[in-house]
Design a protein around this ligand. Structure first.
Ligand SMILES: [Zn+2]
Length: 282
């Protein structure tokens, strides 16, 4: 393996807060674009799901560049109880060096698998093939926690605080409610992965009897889109995901104004898109 972080130009990367340039910083700008990044991962026996997931993540170029440049080191959270004191991030950085070198055409991720199996034994049980989506979600969460720039977690948001947020947002533009919800999440989790991949959804519920509406803003790191027979384009799946849904029967919604379970509609909208949108087709 020939690539190392010391070979990279010192001033190529400057990922200050809010200063992400995903379309500008590309690994291929400074590596041999013909070969680097085209390194296969050997199958260690039912590890296709792991290899597929790792290759997907490793080819998000701003993410790979963040690790290859060593920028991630300044973000490692050594105190977070949710993370692994940087061990996960270091292992992922080593993988990037292996995948973005030009000497070898493939790499055996033996040590990495052992490490990941230690972090999440349930994902490697009995050496069986596992769900790649579950694996990806685990990786995104693990990397985020290891690189969370929030050193001291504030106490959980109380009902009272949520009510105050609601009051602040009432009678104002929805932007205020969305921004307050976004802020609540950033108070707890702020990492390079959040900068790059976190978006925000708006979920609207509407009572069919009295018209009362409830809106909620939630963050996401990826979207799971339904794929059905007859779909031809990615946007077909996206449209299906964003289709209005009827909540009837067992799925009825509790309307505060009617003080009863009622037939309702549910609609999800993309409120804030991240620089990199991760879509899972299920
Ligand atoms: Zn109602």
């Amino acid at each position: 393996m020939s690539a190392s972080s010391s070979q990279l130009p010192d001033d190529t990367f400057d990922f200050a807060d809010g200063d992400i340039l995903p379309t500008v910083v590309r690994c291929s700008d400074f590596f041999d674009a013909q070969r680097a990044g085209r390194v296969g991962l050997a199958n260690l026996g039912n590890t296709c799901f792991m290899n597929a997931g790792l290759q997907c993540l490793s080819h998000l170029e701003p993410l790979a560049a963040y690790f290859l440049s060593g920028s991630y080191k300044q973000d490692i959270n050594h105190s977070s109880k949710m993370g692994r004191k940087g061990e996960f991030a270091e292992a992922f950085a080593e993988l990037q060096l292996a995948l973005w070198q030009t000497e070898q055409s493939h790499f055996k991720p033996k040590e990495l698998r052992a490490k990941l199996a230690g972090f999440a034994p349930h994902l490697f049980e009995n050496g069986d093939q596992q769900d790649v989506h579950e694996f990806l979600a685990f990786c995104l969460d693990g990397l985020h926690e290891d690189l969370n720039r929030v050193q001291v977690q504030p106490p959980p948001t109380t009902e009272q605080e949520l009510e105050e947020d609601e009051k602040r947002a009432a009678h104002r533009d929805e932007e205020v409610a969305a921004a307050l919800a976004w802020l609540r999440h950033l108070e707890r989790g702020k990492s390079f992965l959040v900068d790059l991949m976190q978006g925000q959804l708006r979920s609207s519920l509407k009572c069919k009897q009295c018209g009362h509406q409830s809106k909620q803003f939630d963050p996401f790191l990826y979207l799971s889109l339904p794929v059905e027979f007859g779909m031809h384009k990615l946007t077909d799946a996206l449209e299906k995901y964003l289709e209005e849904e009827n909540l009837v029967g067992d799925e009825q919604w509790f309307c505060e104004r009617c003080d009863a379970k009622v037939d309702a509609t549910k609609k999800i909208d993309l409120w804030k898109l991240p620089p990199i949108l991760i879509l899972q087709l299920k």
